[in-house]
Design a protein around this ligand. Structure first.
Ligand SMILES: [Zn+2]
Length: 241
């Protein structure tokens, strides 16, 4: 036994970060081909999925919902469990107005073990289920991080992982200015896009103001605003594992 123990010890001395190698990320092409992780979808139909992370928020979420309702637009809200628990009426409204609710963890942690992630997902699921009577099908990782651990934990918990189109990251949380947010989305809009916004996590008045311009502009171009589920129904990608 002694030589074995010693050699393990030596490994730690020479490779202190050896366990980092377990954070395997096989890249977009691989995960996309499994159908378990979605960035956007190939389609020629002018469909677009607006998504809002981190809510609900008592000031901004109702404003976002009002704009969506005014234009008959559907969206997906990736909610934080503890916020959902605090503001169940907003989750109820999102659901009642035809929007989709996704899971964005319970406490929005940036670091976690597989067990902690699973716990975050389950707790959020329970809150959403208790309000809407439905369990979410989609999970958006905090910060958009994905690797083997995150994807397999999500898949084993019954989720598909939803990220966003690389050209549709509005950066709205940095408050870059309303026009910048508008231009990013409108000038880059392609059928099948998934757009990333935030309806909480700070002052989101720029997001709200931008949305008031984005939706009519894209409607004018013939786009329809759909939930993630509706978008995926138009996609031929199937889950292979
Ligand atoms: Zn977030």
């Amino acid at each position: 036994m002694k030589p074995f123990v010693l050699s393990i010890g030596m490994l730690f001395i020479f490779f202190p970060n050896m366990f980092d190698s377990f954070e395997v990320n096989k890249g977009r092409d691989f995960y996309e081909s499994t159908g378990n992780v979605i960035w956007d979808i190939p389609t020629e139909e002018k469909l677009i999925a607006l998504t809002f992370d981190d809510g609900p928020h008592p000031i901004y979420t109702p404003q976002v919902l009002n704009i969506l309702r005014e234009h008959g637009a559907k969206a997906t809200f990736f909610v934080v469990g503890e916020n959902a628990k605090k503001f169940p009426g907003l989750i109820e409204r999102e659901s009642a107005e035809g929007h989709e609710i996704g899971n964005h963890t319970y406490t929005h942690p940036y670091e976690f073990t597989p067990e902690q992630l699973q716990d975050e997902l389950i707790r959020t699921d329970e809150v959403i289920y208790n309000i809407t009577g439905n369990y979410p099908s989609y999970y958006r990782p905090v910060g958009g991080s994905y690797d083997d651990m995150i994807v397999s934990t999500a898949v084993h918990s019954g989720f598909r992982v939803v990220l966003w189109s690389w050209h549709q990251d509005t950066g709205d949380w940095k408050r870059p200015g309303v026009d910048k947010i508008v231009n990013k989305v409108v000038s880059g809009a392609r059928p099948g896009d998934v757009v990333l916004f935030h309806d909480a996590g700070g002052n989101r008045s720029q997001t709200v103001a931008a949305l008031k311009k984005i939706i009519p502009a894209l409607k004018e171009e013939g786009f329809t605003f759909v939930t993630i589920s509706e978008l995926l129904e138009r996609n031929a990608i199937e889950v292979t594992e």
